[in-house]
Design a protein around this ligand. Structure first.
Ligand SMILES: Nc1ncnc2c1ncn2[C@@H]1O[C@H](COP(=O)(O)OP(=O)(O)OP(=O)(O)O)[C@@H](O)[C@H]1O
Ligand SMILES: [Mg+2]
Length: 325
């Protein structure tokens, strides 16, 4: 299979809000592609257009080789969608839900049952298949949603923020499930606000901001674009963070108060290290840890989206990173 998804110059306007502003995207068959962006970036709009649930105003959009506008039925037969807010029947058990989805997709009773069992097994839900969904944990529910989106064995699967609202354990469970799909040749387009999620799952990542792709590449390529190494200093005393900020090299120093850490990009590693140690010592600021390291995707993201932090607190990671002026 060649490219599973091709989007060129896609535009979509809601009233006077330009949700997509010339978005472009190419996803190779059998790969996992991450669409990474803050709230309102246009991720769900893109997924809805690709899944033929919404019409775009301008641009070319092809899925599995078919134009979504002229061949919507052909596209629909080849895709699965896990929406941001998925719908399963709370009162029914996981198995009944999957059977029902199978029947809705015109599988015969026997085939729907067999497919349900197969998927429950695959996502580690076989033991709980009869328990009502309202008693499932968040991670179990999301895995059931994922199973439901795979009833029809789609060639292209859209996952819109599959782990938003899950605790770290639930998130890990869903990640495992997504990884298990990839071997089967399914192409996955995954939207996320979790940089770590894209880093963990995606072969390639497109960073979306204000309806456009502002950067794409592998996680490593994106990190490399932001520059080389960084220096991290963890202080003993959080009250001295602001002072320490002024001592680090360069003007792009960021502060993470929860972790009592200041961080800055460096060009000459050893010189920066020596200089920082000396400056902290001279100022009498005690460091708990000083380290040189590669940038994280969080820093890549802040860098690429111009330092605007799109997170609105929904992600619950409790580690706000602010960029010092
Ligand atoms: N039905 C709608 N009517 C009007 N504006 C809309 C509608 N749907 C989305 N928008 C706006 O379009 C922009 C893109 O929204 P979209 O839902 O695609 O973003 P998103 O990247 O999925 O964000 P989130 O991470 O919050 O899910 C936002 O500014 C949003 O407010
Ligand atoms: Mg969305």
């Amino acid at each position: 299979m060649t490219d599973a998804i091709v989007v060129e110059g896609a535009r979509k306007r809601y009233g006077d809000k330009q949700a997509l502003d010339g978005l472009g995207l190419v996803v190779g068959g059998g790969t996992v592609h991450g669409l990474l962006g803050p709230n309102g970036a246009g991720k769900t709009t893109t997924v809805r257009i690709l899944a033929t649930l919404l019409r775009h105003d301008e641009g070319l959009v092809r899925v599995a080789g078919f134009d979504v506008r002229t061949h919507a039925a052909d596209v629909r037969r080849r895709i699965g969608l896990l929406g941001q807010h998925a719908a399963v029947d709370e009162e029914l058990g996981g198995r009944q839900n999957l059977e029902m989805f199978g029947r809705l997709h015109h599988l015969g009773a026997r085939r729907a049952g067999a497919r349900a069992d197969e998927l429950l097994e695959r996502f580690g839900l076989a033991d709980t298949g009869r328990k009502p969904v309202k008693r499932y944990s968040g991670g179990m529910r999301r895995r059931l949603d994922l199973a439901a989106s795979l009833i029809t064995e789609p060639a292209v699967l859209f996952l819109d923020e599959p782990t938003t609202g899950l605790d770290p354990r639930g998130r890990g469970e869903v990640w495992e499930s997504v990884r298990s799909l990839v071997g089967g040749g399914t192409t996955v387009l995954l939207t996320t606000q979790y940089l770590e999620e894209a880093d963990q799952l995606a072969d390639r990542i497109s960073v979306v901001d204000r309806g456009r792709v502002v950067a794409d590449g592998t996680a490593d390529e994106l990190k490399a674009r932001v520059g080389g190494d960084r220096i991290d200093v963890v202080l003993r005393d959080a009250r001295r963070l602001d002072e320490a900020t002024k001592l680090l090299p360069g003007s792009e120093v960021s502060v993470d108060r929860d972790r009592r850490r200041v961080s800055a990009p460096v060009t000459d590693r050893m010189a920066a290290l020596a200089e920082t140690v000396r400056a902290l010592e001279a100022a009498g600021i005690e460091a708990e840890d000083i380290a040189l390291r590669r940038p994280t995707l969080d820093e890549v993201f802040l860098h690429l989206t111009g330092g605007r932090d799109g997170h609105d607190g929904r992600d619950g990671r409790g580690q706000a990173t602010e960029v010092a002026a």
